[in-house]
Design a protein around this ligand. Sequence first.
Ligand SMILES: [Mg+2]
Ligand SMILES: [Zn+2]
Length: 191
Amino acid sequence: MRQACFFDRDGVIIEEADYIHDPAQVRLCPFAAEAVRAMHDAGRLVIVVSNQSGIARGYFTEADLKAVDARMNELLAAEGAHVDATYYCYHHKKGIIPEYAIDCDCRKPKPGLFLRAAKDLDIDLANSFMIGDKESDLEAGINAGCKGVALVRTGHGVHQNIEKIPQAVDVGDVLTAAKELLAREDKSSTE
Ligand SMILES: [Mg+2]
Ligand SMILES: [Zn+2]
């Protein structure tokens, strides 16, 4: 089984902007490429898990999402980084596109995206990490059984309260989050 680090997309890998739908909007967050490389260097898969309810809401299409994805990958590649897979939730129960207007099992904080990735890629969730900019990202990681979760203070992270998740790493940026999760792991394995 492989170990993974799951990353939220908006506010973690690329700069948060409401319902990103245009490749021209895509900017990498500071140190995102370095954080991704750090996880690969530690032998982990890098998986993006992201709620994209703009599709259910009719704000943009799957083709738009693919174009944003391609731009993110292009910017990461320019910095020698890549993601191994992306898993998106298109759903929202109040959506207007019938096939996506459902109360699904994959909208974070539900763990469906993680479970799907684990099945597809033989991931050991109990030894995996989640980094997000919202409390619901961390809850999703916990609901999926991940052993380490981290909140970054970029994107929505600037106004998240995670008092309910005292075990979380709580740091400014995604590279610091990655390093801290890996450092805690080294520490617990030598104890
Ligand atoms: Mg986010
Ligand atoms: Zn979903």
